[in-house]
Design a protein around this ligand. Structure first.
Ligand SMILES: [Fe+2]
Length: 88
């Protein structure tokens, strides 16, 4: 899961870089924070401190899915659309 997420973030950052997206550096830091949190949750689970997914992890995933992917990532989608329209 961490490898998949890291790969997804890397590809997203490359795409943002190719667009010249001004918020790239801030977005990279956000990705790094998310990866750090994700790694900690998985380490806790693997160390057996919990036999179920914690409420904190559920909240984290909700934030990641609803706020990050649907909210923040759509901003650079809009940026990409503006760039596309300016070239035509
Ligand atoms: Fe992202």
């Amino acid at each position: 899961m961490v490898d998949y997420t890291r790969q997804h973030f890397r590809e997203e950052e490359q795409y943002m870089g190719s667009l010249g997206f001004s918020g790239l550096e801030a977005h990279k830091r956000l990705h790094l924070n998310l990866l750090t949190d994700l790694t900690h949750f998985i380490e806790d689970f693997e160390q057996g401190s919990s036999d179920r997914i914690s409420d904190d992890f559920t909240i984290f995933l909700k934030f990641w899915l609803s706020t990050h992917i649907r909210g923040i990532d759509t901003r650079y989608g809009q940026f990409a659309e503006q760039q596309r329209q300016q070239t035509f």
